[in-house]
Design a protein around this ligand. Structure first.
Ligand code: ATP
Ligand code: MG
Ligand code: MG
Ligand code: MG
Length: 469
């Protein structure tokens, strides 16, 4: 069996031997795009190369890029623990052509890697193309010899990528693996496509058009290629398991949390262990890249993820802070590929421990309040918005944590009521503010707090520059 570390290496070596320059993962905080919360795709660090603002000496690159999708347009936070294939932190393997090779070479490379180098069973693979992209359809037939029934034309934006309203765009082609009919789900384009039977492993983006004001205005002089494959998903396939959480990396992390809590990852506890393992990765990598927990912006997203994991640790019965004690297991698994983890280990451990100590002071009282408030609610019930707000305001429960806590019982949260309570508190704070008589300044402060949300930061939801490879 190939380990996840070996699979990453094998991907990078394959493309390096095909003339690609192997490039280190960029940090999770984008240096070239203040509108983007976190790097969420392999192409993000290369955006300026694709638009022509920057050039590189080698027109081909390959990387394994750290990605976080826990805010903004791509928010997979709520999926974690509940689907087999979503993480908040994952690695995106990619190969890129900057005006060099195009569709035919990209499809050939991808198919050879999957079916020859890695010897995946051809009969389990199927692909999608954008409905008008006859060229890609024909290439899949020619290169892969796939029957037409396994080249599915998709008419939605899922198979059309754009950098924003301006710049390069083009159709994509996604490669799926069929994990078998014992798992619920249907092929892409079918009503059951969100199930976990057919799992998207690789997305090939063919940048060939130029957009202006959201309209295609012509062909790019030099078409380019951007691809993204989830390392954890392809590891699952290659290690013969269905679920990302059953690959070697996650097994090691879950074993560590089982041993520290003394609770097996079975039944109700399984999702908790998974959430903990996933969130351990995202929080540790964010801390290593310089994000610190705070009440706004990127730091608040980090804090939300941490607290969610910490509630699950509490749920498993952990008496003392747990997260920081799992860091050594993570460094053992991933520290070689990402030396910044080892370098930041003391900072990561200290920060996680401090946050967990602090959150635990109010956590059990918050849970008590939540239990009382929902005692009479059954499936289909709704927690009043004011209670969710009190949990946020008094006990430090981020909104999504409350939602997550009630999800398994089928209880929803009144979001509008929560927002209204939040708005009311802000208005009250503003009215109470006498300040120093410098009314202008305080106005400005409250305006900013209002716009950005003093608690929940949602301001980075931009479409520009979010690479949805
Ligand atoms: P899905 O439809 O399964 O949510 P996606 O279409 O949003 O995936 P892309 O934006 O195309 O994903 O990203 C490229 C690849 O990255 C995907 O084919 C998948 O292998 C991987 N990937 C995307 N999101 C995640 C995630 N949250 N966790 C793990 N891997 C992911
Ligand atoms: Mg997605
Ligand atoms: Mg998809
Ligand atoms: Mg995709």
């Amino acid at each position: 069996m190939q380990t996840t570390n070996e699979i990453r290496r094998s991907f990078l070596d394959y493309f390096a031997s095909n003339g690609h320059e192997a490039v280190q993962s960029a940090p999770l905080v984008p240096y070239n795009d203040p509108t983007l919360m976190f790097v969420n795709a392999g192409m993000v660090p290369f955006k300026n190369v694709f638009t022509g603002l920057e050039t590189r000496s080698v027109p081909r690159a390959t990387s394994s890029q750290k990605c976080v999708r826990a805010g903004g347009k791509h928010n997979d936070l709520d999926n974690v623990g509940y689907t087999a294939r979503h993480h908040t932190f994952f690695e995106m393997l990619g190969n890129f052509s900057f005006g060099d090779y195009f569709k035919e070479q990209a499809i050939t490379n991808a198919w050879n890697l999957l079916t020859k180098e890695w010897a995946l069973p051809v009969e389990k693979l199927l692909v999608t193309v954008y409905h008008t992209d006859d060229e890609a359809f024909d290439l899949w037939k020619k290169i892969a010899g796939l029957p037409e029934s396994k080249i599915i034309r998709i008419p939605t934006k899922d198979n059309f990528w754009a950098m924003g309203d301006e710049g390069p765009c083009g159709p994509c082609s996604e490669i799926f693996f069929d994990h078998g009919d014992h798992i619920w789900g249907g092929p892409p384009g079918s009503p059951e496509e969100d199930g976990d039977r057919f799992i998207e492993i690789w997305n090939l983006v063919f940048m060939q058009f130029e957009q202006s004001a959201g309209e295609i205005v012509g062909n790019l002089p030099k078409p380019s290629i951007d691809t993204g494959m989830g390392l954890e998903r392809v590891s699952a396939v290659m290690q013969g398991v269905h679920d990302n959480y059953d690959i070697d990396t996650f097994k090691a992390l879950i074993a560590a949390s089982e041993s520290l809590t003394g609770v097996a990852a079975q039944g109700d506890s399984r999702a908790s262990h998974r959430v903990i393992a996933d969130h351990l990765r995202s929080t540790s990598f964010l801390l290593a890249d310089g994000v610190l927990p705070s009440n706004e912006g990127r730091g608040y997203v980090l804090r939300r993820i941490m607290r969610r994991a910490m509630r699950h640790a509490h749920l498993l019965g952990a008496r003392d802070p747990l997260m920081h004690r799992l860091v050594p297991a993570l460094v053992a698994e991933m520290g070689q590929a990402y030396p910044e983890l080892g370098r930041a280990q003391p900072l990561i451990e200290e920060t996680l421990e401090r946050e967990e100590v602090q959150f635990r002071r109010t956590l059990s009282n918050g849970i008590k309040l939540l239990d009382e408030a929902t005692a009479d609610l059954g499936e289909g019930g709704e927690l009043p918005g004011e209670t969710a707000f009190k949990l946020y305001d008094t006990f430090g429960f981020p909104y999504d944590l409350t939602e997550d806590a009630l999800r398994s019982r089928g209880i929803a949260v009144d979001k509008a009521g929560f927002d209204a309570a939040m708005a009311q508190q802000k208005a009250a704070a503003r009215a109470a503010w006498k300040g120093s008589g410098q009314a202008a300044d305080s106005e400005v402060w409250f305006d900013i707090a209002e716009r950005e949300g003093a608690g929940e930061f949602t301001g980075y939801t931009s479409t520009s520059g979010e690479g949805r490879v």
